[in-house]
Design a protein around this ligand. Structure first.
Ligand SMILES: [Zn+2]
Length: 536
């Protein structure tokens, strides 16, 4: 048997593979676990985590890397505890475990974990690794003499049940607080997460289910297959809500992008968060009513909102004063609770890009830019087939690309952004007060009015300066113009294309298509529904 110090040092910066099987698994016997361990070591794993003396004995014969031993035993309260007795730990060591894992959560401590921890170290002479779920438990285990802590039980105790994903920030917090090594374990199933764990300061990483539980791996692929199957069902219907600064549009949309019903209401934008949530509740209730009238059960709710959104939590990370108090709101949690349906939330410009990808001009495109021209200028970008959100969800602020030094003031507080040169008030400015509305300018240009055409050309020139940045940066296949100003405006498309040709490098080789969105008035509703369809 190796000395404990060697066992432990060998694991630094390495991968440990947990070889355990469920009671019902066809692999639930020691010879299978030994084969998994051997395969893991052949693949480069430098340590094995395993359960019970029988498995450990078989694994010890098959491989010579350190084994983290544990013993899962049911307690009188019906719950499993990891290594609940000193005698059990002794059997694990005798079977070949060089390190012992111990449940040191609050519940484990009720069963005497910390006393056992000290006795295992003293009497058995092996390092003890504390399986914990919170910082407090980790500190208590470290004070009791644990040689390392493992994040294994995070998300599996009553206090941490809300955690459903691997949290690199939890590893970083542990590393900051503790002087002993922290080993990352639990819900890690990608190479990226391994990097996140090591970046956060993890001493080593343990992977289990993603390598040694074929049932779990199969389930993941089966749900992808089922999801594809469901996604083709033309009868699946989603609720799409497009929350704008002045108007909220709602609708029922099928999987194929057919709008079955729609409605619009003014947004109580200045009444605060509660009023906005109640407003959304009424909009969704109206959609559900309309669905019931048609004998339809909607599958999910999609919300496209002004402001930036964390799509994984549904929280509005930041919204401008166009929607006061909207920053920090969580419409996904609120609507999910009220209606009991999955809710997906997305930034409104991103949702338009999703609509173009699902139902519009970008169906077959992997790289494209959507720019929306209206009161504001927004953007949505797909790169390599994925919606680009950015690290803090603030990506694609295309309207705020600076194009004129010390230029027109912008709503964002800067000056010279694209937005004040390519929004509705800019077009009115270029019309020199001769027209009552942007629609009038576009209609006049279409019927040959040279002043109106001049206004659109000036608009196109500024827009091209901003768009040239996107095109040079992202090399898209298509540039899609959405929003009111792009509708029925062929001159804008041709003038913009001409201007871009002057400003984009290697223009002839790009074959960039510049076109108006064909999704029309309900594009935001379609986008919200498409976002919902991805979540259900
Ligand atoms: Zn700006």
């Amino acid at each position: 048997m190796q000395t404990s110090a060697t066992s432990f040092d060998q694991l630094r910066g390495r991968l440990i593979v947990s070889c355990q099987a469920f009671e019902t698994s066809p692999f639930r016997e020691p010879a299978s676990m030994a084969r998994f361990a051997l395969a893991a070591v052949q693949g480069g794993a430098r340590g094995i985590r395993a359960n019970g003396p029988d498995d450990i004995r078989a694994i010890r014969e098959a491989v010579d890397v350190p084994i983290v031993g544990l013993w899962k035993e049911k307690q009188p309260d019906g719950e499993i505890l990891i290594t609940p007795t000193l005698e059990g730990a002794r059997e694990l060591v005798e079977a070949g475990a060089g390190l012992i894992a111990l449940d040191c959560t609050a519940r484990g401590q009720k069963y005497g974990a910390l006393g056992r921890l000290r006795r295992i170290r003293k009497e058995l002479g092996v390092p003890v690794l504390a399986d914990i779920a919170t910082i407090e438990e980790a500190v208590q285990a470290a004070e009791a003499g644990a040689d390392a802590v493992l994040s294994t039980l995070r998300g599996y105790t009553p206090e941490t049940r809300h955690v459903t994903r691997f949290e690199p920030s939890f590893i970083a917090d542990l590393v900051r607080v503790l002087r002993i090594p922290v080993i990352a374990e639990g819900r890690i199933d990608t190479a990226h997460q391994i990097w996140e764990a090591l970046d956060a300061g993890a001493f080593a990483v343990i992977i289990g289910a993603a390598i040694t539980r074929p049932e779990v791996i199969t389930q993941k692929f089966v749900s992808a297959v089922d999801g594809w199957d469901r996604s083709l069902d033309p009868k699946r219907t989603f609720i799409g809500i497009d929350l704008g600064g002045s108007c909220t549009k709602s609708g029922l949309v099928t999987n194929q992008g057919e709008l079955l019903w729609q409605s619009a209401a003014s947004t109580p934008w200045n009444s605060g968060r509660e009023a906005l949530l109640e407003h959304l509740e009424r909009c969704v209730a109206a959609c559900i009513g309309a669905a019931r009238d048609r004998g339809i059960e909607p599958q999910a709710i999609g919300l496209a909102t002004a402001g930036w959104v964390d799509p994984s939590s549904g929280e509005v990370v930041y919204a401008t004063e166009n929607l006061p108090e909207w920053t920090g709101a969580n419409p996904a949690a609120f609507l999910g609770k009220v209606f009991g349906l999955p809710v997906a939330v997305e930034n409104d410009a991103n949702a338009l890009a999703v609509a173009e990808k699902h139902f519009g001009a970008a169906k077959d495109a992997s790289d494209f830019v959507c720019i929306t021209l209206g009161t504001g200028v927004g953007g949505g970008v797909y790169i390599g087939g994925r919606l680009n959100r950015g690290r803090h969800f603030f990506a694609n602020a295309l309207g705020h690309i600076p194009i004129v030094p010390d230029g027109e003031p912008c709503t964002c507080g800067q000056s010279g952004c694209l937005e004040p040169y390519a929004n509705a008030s800019a077009l009115m400015r270029y019309g020199h007060g001769n027209y009552k509305s942007c629609e009038e300018i576009v209609a006049a240009a279409n019927s040959g009015d040279s002043n109106a055409q001049g206004a659109i050309r000036v608009f196109a020139r500024y827009l091209a300066i901003g768009c040239a940045a996107h095109v040079n940066l992202f090399d898209p296949e298509i540039l899609i113009l959405g929003g009111g100003l792009a509708q029925n405006n062929p001159l804008l498309i041709s003038a913009l294309t001409e201007e871009l040709a002057k400003r984009v490098i290697v223009w002839p080789q790009r074959h960039l298509r510049v076109q108006a969105s064909a999704l029309g008035y309900a594009a935001g509703v379609l986008g919200a529904a498409a976002v919902a369809s991805l979540s259900a």
